[in-house]
Design a protein around this ligand. Structure first.
Ligand code: SF4
Length: 287
């Protein structure tokens, strides 16, 4: 099922300027953007993953992770395929770097699934990057809001501000990945830039509940300076923003050994000088 995309401009030579994310792709006719899920067909931009789901599951809200938003409740979690980043360490590369999907979803049926489970508060757009599923997420979040249910985005935050502003009135909570504060880390390892992610976060905290996840990779983004910079900046927005320091495991193109839990504890102690809620994730028995 393909659908015309939102947020693009036609250019003179039948090419397209996509305005959805900070890559701002110029897409020639017959080609797709960096995310590979938005394609120029005869001068019209189509979204290729509209309503296509790669995974649907009822998860505990803490798994998103969100620790300060309806704790103890469940959330219907759904993802599609594609991503606008190419992280070497991607923990979900089977769906983020492919076009695999297992079902075409019906939004009313998703709402019914939530309503049938008294412990379920709504839906989380997660597993892969939801901002490049924009048309579906916007439509679905409007209907969930009307039905009195919550919408949660688990995102890399790489979206332009105008489309973000259109979506935010329907979003109740976000977990935003801040992978590092370092330009080179984002550029070389993820294929992006940190500043647009920071801008998303600054906008999001005005509208909804926000928690942050930072996957700590040994020797790549684990310096005390990096953690001090990140936590000081978050504290300048609000020292109550929860920060989740997540343990990395070797995946995709990265084969460094898993993060030492002692390193995570050290970084947690640094971040806790500035922030009131710092957690360790992906290490059984540690929080
Ligand atoms: S959403 Fe996709 S096509 Fe659009 S600018 Fe971003 S990477 Fe390019």
């Amino acid at each position: 099922m393909k659908k015309e995309a939102l947020w693009y401009k036609k250019l003179d030579d039948n090419s397209i300027h996509c305005l959805l994310c900070p890559h701002n792709c110029k897409i020639p006719e017959g080609k797709s953007g960096i995310c590979k899920v938005r394609k120029n067909e005869k001068g019209v931009l189509y979204t290729l993953n509209y309503k296509k789901a790669s995974s649907i599951a009822m998860d505990p809200i803490e798994k998103k992770p969100l620790y300060h938003f309806h704790r103890g409740k469940k959330i219907l979690s759904i993802g599609t395929f594609g991503c606008n980043f190419r992280c070497d360490f991607c923990q979900n590369y089977e769906i983020s770097q492919s076009d695999y999907y297992s079902s075409v979803v019906d939004i009313d049926k998703l709402i019914n699934t939530c309503k049938k489970n008294p412990n379920c508060i709504g839906i989380a757009y997660t597993y892969n990057e939801p901002t490049i599923w924009y048309e579906f997420v916007l439509e679905c979040s409007k209907k969930f809001k009307e039905a009195g249910l919550k919408n949660v985005l688990v995102t890399n935050g790489y979206i332009n501000i105008p489309p973000l502003k259109e979506l935010l009135p329907f979003i109740d909570a976000m977990n935003i990945d801040v992978k590092s504060m370092d330009e080179d880390f984002y550029k070389i390892i993820c294929g992006g830039r940190p500043k647009p992610v920071m801008a998303t976060l600054e906008e999001a905290v005005k509208f909804c509940h926000v928690e942050i996840t930072s996957l700590i990779i040994p020797t790549q983004n684990d310096s005390e300076e990096d953690m001090t910079k990140l936590s000081k900046w978050l504290a300048s927005l609000n020292p109550d923003i929860p920060l989740h320091l997540s343990r990395y495991y070797p995946r995709y193109h990265m084969d460094l050994p898993p993060t030492d839990p002692a390193l995570l504890m050290k970084l947690k102690n640094i971040a806790s000088k500035y922030l009131n809620h710092v957690y360790i994730g992906n290490v059984p028995g540690l929080i």
